[in-house]
Design a binder for this molecule. Structure first.
Ligand SMILES: NC(=O)c1ccc[n+]([C@@H]2O[C@H](COP(=O)([O-])OP(=O)(O)OC[C@H]3O[C@@H](n4cnc5c(N)ncnc54)[C@H](OP(=O)(O)O)[C@@H]3O)[C@@H](O)[C@H]2O)c1
Length: 356
């Protein structure tokens, strides 16, 4: 409950006598999200000094959030912990020493592990970043993890020029969708590999609309002559979020001295490397973790530049959020269980909608 609010854009940035009750998804032990997450209410203190009170508008459910709750992720929160890592929120009011941030502005987290599946949060100003209001809520809520991962993997491993090619498995994942859109913006060919399914034609169409040059099933890529005919250059860079045979198959298509970057292991199988391409093509295998990069580059100009470019593309409508469904906070059990559904195919990302 809010006893006193500031109007959006209000010039004064000090606030008193705020009394805000936050509804948060908290856990006190590791386990399956539907078992350990509890919706609890806490009264938040007024923001002091450099603190900012944020009303969370939307927060996505990513595989890493589920793995963190399960205790299967390298990040171990202190209990009791609020789940979630990403959000877009609106500044409600700020502490007396906050500069350059006003009530009504939209913000996203710069820091990781803040706990975001909540209706209100109290954060330090240096943990937040302003987002232009023209950026859509779903785009802003999901920008810090998957689009940034796609951006860094395209920039930091191999020098790519327009006309070069990138290949990836899990090409319909949120990261995969971001890769297609950035490749389109930068003139790079984007070849996507997906698991076959009854709706494969619709899926191919969707990914091609996002910028994929071609989308092939795991079976199709084995027999495809797309690179042999020279229609598309052999890939210099491959992204793997699956592991197992899928990763081996994707790596076979790399050009000489190509690089495969592994950023996820959705099949839970190890990455196996084919000996021939490793020796005769001198291909390299690397790993990438956005959390590490963000910590090591917290204030780096490269980070500011990355967000600037992503926001510009979003404002121009050239970069959209992954296929998603907004769900009310109260429906978190269903959404969390669906988010890591190993039995079926991942259709969409769930975004908790705190405005309902
Ligand atoms: N290293 C990093 O910094 C970083 C950053 C972001 C994400 N990630 C990781 O990247 C992966 C994708 O994340 P996301 O948010 O983009 O996921 P997402 O949107 O939920 O998509 C999941 C993807 O994994 C595929 N998949 C699921 N189970 C599979 C299986 N058993 N075998 C093969 N493919 C399977 C899905 O394909 P189907 O449609 O065929 O199910 C889909 O393409 C996750 O492992 C996540 O933790 C890592």
């Amino acid at each position: 409950m809010l006893r006193q609010t500031l109007r959006p854009g209000h010039a004064a940035h000090w606030c008193r006598q705020m009394s805000v009750v936050a509804k948060s998804l908290k856990y006190t032990q590791h386990g399956e999200p539907q078992d350990v997450l509890k919706l609890v209410e806490d009264q938040l203190a007024d923001p002091k000094d450099k603190q900012v009170l944020v009303r969370i508008l939307a927060a996505p459910i990513n595989p890493a959030d589920i793995n963190t709750i399960q205790g299967k992720y390298p990040v171990k929160p202190k209990f009791p912990a609020v789940a979630g890592n990403e959000f877009v929120g609106e500044v409600i009011c700020v502490g007396e020493n906050v500069k350059g941030l006003q009530a009504g502005e939209h913000v996203i987290p710069l820091a990781t592990g803040l706990g975001t599946w909540t209706t209100y949060g109290l954060y330090n100003q240096d943990q937040l970043m302003t987002v232009p209001k023209k950026v859509g809520l779903a785009e802003a809520a999901t920008v810090t993890v998957n689009p940034c991962t796609a951006y860094r993997m395209l920039k930091d491993f191999v020098k790519l020029s327009p006309g070069d090619t990138v290949i990836q498995n899990g090409a319909n994942s949120a990261v995969g969708q971001a890769v297609h859109q950035l490749c389109r913006a930068w003139g790079i060919n984007s070849i996507g590999i997906v698991r076959d399914r009854p709706e494969i034609c619709e899926l191919k169409q969707l990914l091609e609309c996002l910028g994929a040059t071609a989308v092939l099933t795991e079976a199709e890529v084995r027999t495809s002559d797309i690179f042999k005919t020279g229609k598309v250059k052999r890939p210099k860079l491959a992204f793997n979020c699956v592991g197992g045979k899928s990763a081996t198959e994707v790596s076979r298509h790399l050009d000489d001295c190509g690089v495969m970057v592994t950023y996820g292991g959705m099949s839970r199988e190890p990455v196996t490397v084919a000996t021939g391409p490793l020796i005769f093509k001198d291909i390299a295998f690397r790993g990438f973790w956005m959390t590490r990069w963000s910590k090591e580059n917290y204030d780096a100009p490269e980070r500011k530049q990355m967000f600037k470019e992503l926001f510009e593309l979003m404002e121009q409508g050239k970069f959209v959020a992954p296929t998603h469904e907004m769900v009310p906070l109260e429906k978190f059990k269903h959404a969390a269980a669906e988010a890591l559904n190993f039995k079926g195919f991942t259709g969409k990302k769930f975004i908790l909608n705190m405005r309902e």
